[in-house]
Design a protein around this ligand. Structure first.
Ligand code: PHE
Length: 326
């Protein structure tokens, strides 16, 4: 018998085995009870050929063990093609209100204003008294305002930031203050008890309503684009005199009338006015030397209008289908 051929064939079959089952077949064929090797071992009579056959058996057994270990290794996934673009890792984005806030801050910084942080929990003094608000003014009613105790409220507007800024700085003052405000409103499509405002305050010598108008216009054009006209309507706020509400021409139809502006051509922006001399005097500024203007407007409403949203509650529901659009 050609024992060397036997070994060569056995090792070749082992190398070709593609699975554990195939390998087992090779084992039975080459080392099983009826295999030529086992039969030859049984026939062997002299020590020399016995040792030669045993050496072959050992090498075949080693070959089987080595191949078995190889087959147990996880193989490359044939469905994995590294040349294809990978799955994109989903990335978060800023909330629409945050994005709007940051745009507004950029516009004010660009006009030379300082961003000033007020407090969401503030004193009745800052929220009402120092803003010249009469004792019997309806906005003080606990049915409209969240009181934490007799002297502390969740601020109902960002205007107390005017007081904090003027008490902290010497005039001239140019600040914008943005953040959350709180009112006891019932939640519906157009009211949320928490919303966001931006307050602008400029105090300098010889500040007039014309400066206010020009600043509003620059602001409206920076946020909404195009050429915007500003319209002022007389109004009342305790802390401004005169007081106005201001509108801008619709950013969609430029004043022609469309669904966004409810066919009026105008979009309401917010309240404004010349800072009341009582307020200036209250923070220790001489009203004969310093004048100022202030305005406040709702950030949520700007985002609402710009994106044609149907319901303010979308800002609070954290629905990923909504949030991921921005
Ligand atoms: N604080 C007022 C409001 O919330 C808006 C306002 C701000 C009006 C500054 C005048 C000046 O309605």
């Amino acid at each position: 018998m050609d024992v060397e051929a036997l070994e060569r064939e056995a090792l070749a079959a082992i190398a070709e085995a593609r699975s554990a089952d195939e390998l087992e077949e090779v084992r039975v064929r080459t080392l099983g009870r009826k295999s030529p090797l086992k039969l030859a071992l049984r026939e062997v009579r002299d020590r020399k050929s016995g040792m030669a056959l045993n050496a072959i058996r050992e090498r075949v057994e080693q070959g089987l063990a080595a191949r078995q270990a190889e087959l147990a290794q996880p193989t490359e996934d044939p469905t994995f093609d590294p040349t294809l673009p990978g799955d994109e890792i989903p990335r978060g984005s800023y909330h629409l209100i945050t994005r709007q806030r940051r745009r507004i801050e950029d516009v004010f910084v660009g006009m030379g204003y300082e961003i000033f942080d007020g407090r969401e929990v503030d004193t009745v003094e800052n929220n009402f008294d120092a803003l010249n608000t009469a004792e019997e003014h309806p906005s003080r009613d606990p049915r409209d305002t969240f009181y934490l105790d007799d002297n502390t409220v969740l601020r109902t507007h960002t205007s107390p930031s005017q007081i904090r800024a003027m008490r902290a700085m010497e005039p001239p003052v140019y600040v914008a203050s943005l953040g959350r405000v709180y009112r006891r409103d019932t939640l519906d499509a157009t009211h949320t008890p928490i919303f966001h405002q931006v307050e602008a305050l400029a105090v300098d010598r010889h500040v007039t309503l014309a400066d206010l108008r020009g600043t509003m216009r620059a602001f409206a054009e920076a946020i909404f684009g195009g050429t915007r006209e500003i319209r002022m309507r007389t109004s009342f706020f305790p802390f401004t005199e005169p007081s106005v509400e201001f509108d801008m021409t619709c950013f969609l139809c430029d004043g022609a009338g469309c669904a966004v502006c409810k066919h009026s051509g105008w979009i309401e922006m917010g309240g404004a006015g010349e800072v009341d001399p009582n307020v200036l005097a209250g923070v220790g500024y001489d009203p004969d030397e310093w004048q100022g203007f202030a305005w406040g407007l709702g950030i949520d409403r700007i985002a609402f209008a710009r994106h044609g949203l149907p319901d303010l509650r979308l800002f609070w529901e954290n629905d990923i289908r909504f949030l991921s659009q921005f």
